[in-house]
Ligand binder design. Structure first.
Ligand code: SF4
Ligand code: SF4
Length: 77
């Protein structure tokens, strides 16, 4: 699976101001059934590592700080 080339044009956006991964949270990484999310060791924040989203939404729903927003493509709504 190719890694994301940038972190802007991916469906899963992480608000770095809200993400508390540097305090040990890995909820979104753990709940994603496709293992698409990861913690950036440089920034200490979660990000979308692989752009293969199923839009199943547990990452957004389970994030304890509401740091994640998943943009669902119009055709899937
Ligand atoms: S679940 Fe939320 S707070 Fe935790 S690592 Fe993921 S984005 Fe950050
Ligand atoms: S919506 Fe589902 S597939 Fe997409 S990143 Fe979140 S948990 Fe993973």
């Amino acid at each position: 699976m190719p890694t994301t080339l940038n972190r802007v044009n991916v469906p899963v956006a992480v608000d770095a101001g809200k993400c508390i991964a540097e305090k040990g949270c890995t909820v979104c990484v753990d709940v994603c059934p496709l293992d698409l999310l990861a913690i950036d060791q440089q920034t200490g924040k979660a990000y979308m590592k692989f752009d293969e989203c199923w839009y199943c939404l547990p990452c957004e729903a389970d994030c304890p700080t509401q740091a994640i927003h998943v943009s669902i493509p119009y055709l899937l709504r």
